[in-house]
Design a protein around this ligand. Structure first.
Ligand SMILES: [Zn+2]
Length: 317
């Protein structure tokens, strides 16, 4: 099957008796959680039903897409303390690796995106375990997971990922939807130690900063791409107003397309208005696509920015 592979597609799930997921009271009442529930029509008081519904909708949107072949469904690990134990008080939510593995068994269109916080004491074992479950990458969000990817103590984790051929997908920029801590851990240069260990690294959101003005990380991205052939970016979330500035700048860089991977940041919206920069025809194509993944594809293609990195060469397929 040809078509794009969305490397950045979130799974949302409420905790049940045995799915290993968690959510804090604060998160459950947050505008972000409520927005997802409303948009996806999820009953927050009936977890099993809400979880089933979310997955069914995701799978049907993938199946009805004309442009997408598969999507990497992402887990989300929690916060770990200095002894590597789960810090329940600071963990807003967890989408467990086992839940995502079970979701991926429901459809051949879903690929497992594991999430292993490199600070957890059993990180090496968990990486081996998720690899055996079929994980195609490891997703982290340093700002929310409260760790610094440049921390020297994490060397063995990056080495293990390189040995397993498991790429690292890391959030870049400011984090609004989760309660941010030290935002500088989301800067792309913090990922250099993983690149140096030979890990394929995918910086999320086209290295955009996510705060409406200025894109300080794009220069760093250029330097890192020149130096590390194993450095990629995904183009997820770039139609959102706080990241569209980066999208328009990346659109002027067709020579980098071989480092760009397709992504949406599902269930976040994919908006068609940035395609106006590619002309009315491009905008109309995006506006009438009728499917989130196809809207994202039409915007990127309309801006001459069709991501051209071969997912088979980046992901652990
Ligand atoms: Zn995301």
């Amino acid at each position: 099957m040809s078509g794009y592979v969305d490397v950045h597609c979130h799974v949302a799930a409420l905790p049940t008796k045995d799915n290993g997921c968690r959510i804090s009271e604060k998160m459950l009442k947050s505008p972000a959680a409520r927005m997802v529930a409303t948009l996806q029509g999820l009953p927050l008081d009936r977890p099993e039903e809400a979880n089933e519904k979310y997955l069914a909708k995701l799978i049907s949107e993938i199946e009805s897409s004309k442009k997408l072949s598969k999507a990497v469904a992402l887990a989300m690990d929690g916060v770990y303390d200095s002894s590597g134990r789960l810090d329940e008080a600071h963990t807003e939510f967890v989408i467990s690796n086992d839940y995502v593995a079970s979701a991926c068994r429901k459809s051949p269109r879903l690929l497992m995106g594991a999430s292993v916080n490199p600070k957890r004491r059993d990180a090496l074992d968990e990486l081996s375990r998720v690899a055996s479950l079929g994980a195609v990458l490891n997703k982290v969000l340093p700002n929310a997971m409260v760790f610094d990817p440049a921390d020297k103590a994490l060397g063995p984790v990056w080495k293990k990922m390189a040995d397993l051929g498991l790429p690292l997908l890391s959030h870049i920029g400011f984090e609004f939807t989760l309660i941010g801590h030290d935002q500088s851990v989301g800067f792309p240069e913090r990922l250099i130690p993983a690149l140096e260990q030979g890990v394929k690294v995918i910086a999320a959101h086209g290295c955009s900063n996510g705060v409406f003005f200025g894109e300080p990380h794009l220069k760093t991205m250029d330097e890192m791409m020149a130096k590390y052939p194993n450095f990629y970016v995904d183009l997820s979330a770039l139609t959102l107003p706080n990241r569209v500035g980066a999208l328009l700048r990346l659109a002027r860089r067709p020579e980098l397309a071989g480092r760009f991977l397709f992504g949406t940041d599902y269930p976040l919206p994919c908006l068609s208005y940035p395609a106006l920069a590619g002309g009315l025809g491009a905008f109309w194509g995006a506006f009438t696509a009728g499917n989130k993944f196809d809207t994202q594809a039409a915007v990127l293609e309309g801006l001459g920015l069709a991501p051209a990195a071969d997912p088979a060469k980046v992901l652990r397929l």
